[in-house]
Design a protein around this ligand. Structure first.
Ligand code: ADP
Length: 229
């Protein structure tokens, strides 16, 4: 089985008021290409920090994050952004859409940044895929939470990522909407072989993946296959 993400002795510390706070301590795991994985653990245990490091949004204090064989720690900020553009999709709990842009424009941004052609038509296709073609000219404030999350999915899918990281993708959604969002994420895995790494509180969602990695107090305390694994 091919490895897409390799985490070796990963550590993250913050300095606050002259004290060093260890948020992640000697984390080790690797993720297989095309697999589905959940990261679970109590609030404050370091899950969001871990996801941000894996996705190259932040730098570790120690250890290695290797994505598709590329050591992210050796890269400049710009080079990490390139790796994100090329391989990574990221979904935030609070959607992080740009409020002054319409749904369509939000999806067009990463396409534009990559210098792609026919971006308007491509962005419309992506919105159609998440069932929002008829909301393309709405601003985020005019959309429900579930609709905003689906726009952010369309945006995250726009570079056909090899790996999708999602931080509490259903955290702010009602049960019915959350089901729709989960289906879209897992369809991407089935149809395009996209590797999934989901941080979640939702144990039902975690149980749909093949593997559950449990974090507590910044340490990896369990790493188990589910019945799907
Ligand atoms: P989780 O996602 O599991 O709730 P987080 O990764 O968000 O946990 O946070 C883990 C710990 O790191 C928390 O104690 C949080 O307060 C701390 N933390 C996160 N970001 C920072 C930061 N920029 N500066 C200082 N402490 C931080």
């Amino acid at each position: 089985m091919e490895t897409i993400l390799n985490i070796i002795d990963l550590g993250k510390t913050y300095q606050s008021a002259g004290r060093i706070l260890t948020v992640l301590d000697q984390i080790n795991f690797s993720i297989t290409k095309g697999s589905t994985n959940a990261i679970v653990g109590p609030s404050g245990s370091g899950k969001t920090t871990l996801l941000g490091l894996c996705a190259g949004l932040d730098r570790s204090s120690s250890g290695i994050v290797e994505l598709n064989g590329i050591n992210l720690g050796n890269l400049s900020e710009d080079q990490r952004a390139q790796v994100r553009n090329q391989y990574i999709g990221f979904i935030f709990q609070n959607f992080q859409l740009l409020p002054t842009l319409t749904a369509l424009e939000n999806v067009m941004v990463p396409l534009e940044l990559r210098g792609e052609k026919n971006i308007k038509a491509r962005a419309m296709d992506l919105l159609d895929k998440v069932g929002l073609a008829d909301r393309s000219h709405h601003y985020p404030a005019q959309l429900s939470g579930g609709e905003q999350q689906r726009v952010s999915l369309a945006r995250a899918f726009s570079n056909s990522p090899s790996i999708l990281f999602a931080d509490e993708p259903t955290g702010n959604l009602d049960a019915e909407t959350s089901e729709k969002v989960v289906k879209l994420i897992f369809d991407l895995n089935k149809e395009a072989g996209t590797t999934l790494v989901l941080v979640t509180h939702d144990l039902e969602l975690a149980a749909k993946t093949q593997r559950i990695i449990r974090i507590k107090g910044g340490k990896l305390v369990a790493d188990e296959k589910t019945i799907n694994g």
